[in-house]
Design a protein around this ligand. Sequence first.
Ligand code: MTE
Length: 302
Amino acid sequence: MAHRWQNDLTHRDITPESLFWNRRKILAGMGGVGLGAIGGGLAQAQEAELDPNTWEEVTSYCNFYEFGTGKTDPASYAGQMTTSPWEVEIDGMVDNPGTYGFDQILSEMTLEERIYRFRCVEAWSMVIPWQGFELADLLNLAGVQEGAKYVAFETLLRPDEMPGTRYPVLDWPYREGLRLDEAMNPLTIMATGIFGKPLPNQNGAPLRLVVPWKYGFKSIKSVVKITLTDQEPPTSWNMANAREYGFYSNVNPEVDHPRWSQASERRIGGGLFSRRQPTLMFNGYEAEVASLYEGLDLTKNF
Ligand code: MTE
């Protein structure tokens, strides 16, 4: 059998052929995104009534502390971040560790539209039409090894392009993590776009995690590293204040933040008439994800 160096391998090499040929290819370049159907009818009925926020709201009211702590700082300063070329290192307990180019990843993935509720831990929310692919598809390409239990993520850290990282607001780089079963859940996506356009920098270009049943800070932006591990990984907000920000951070109207209630949320938009509305258990995705937490005390494991 011919021997090949690891870095000669492409996904065509590491993907079982049947799987490879079954993948619907997406249009490279992202100009016109070739959208697949919404995945498997999952949560489809539930999402049908969702009324998305506007482009203006989603792209101007942001949290991306690498560019400052103000809601409009990301829109003002994230333009300086170089997003092409972009590489994602996948390492740890995987069969195919390596550095994968963003375009290479895109060429292997099926993009879908997912309209999700997005609930920030600060008790505001939006409805966002994302485009992206299931994280499980990427992890399957990398080949998750037996014994891996968690997935850790890191954001780009480039202080000359990210003015907020010159201050010790968080222990940079921004880090997040999921249990492997959470990462593999079909609702968990890596988003590459919103409203059918490539992700604006302030929303986490070119590739960010979206975990719709968890508080927004779990949805880490501008990902450059994904590590499979058997240990619960350290995460930025939990390291900053473990009493206020748990590892799980599932949206839960019954478990308040120590400094405010999580029972309701302010839906961004609508100006003066912006409504407060009840927060839903698991942000409305209970049917899809509650089984992940059977037997777990959600008050302790918040
Ligand atoms: N990712 C990084 N790298 N840095 C951040 O400051 N903020 C988080 C999350 N991901 C953040 C991040 C928080 S608190 C929220 S609510 C969402 O991004 C906001 O996403 P949006 O600005 O696209 O709505």
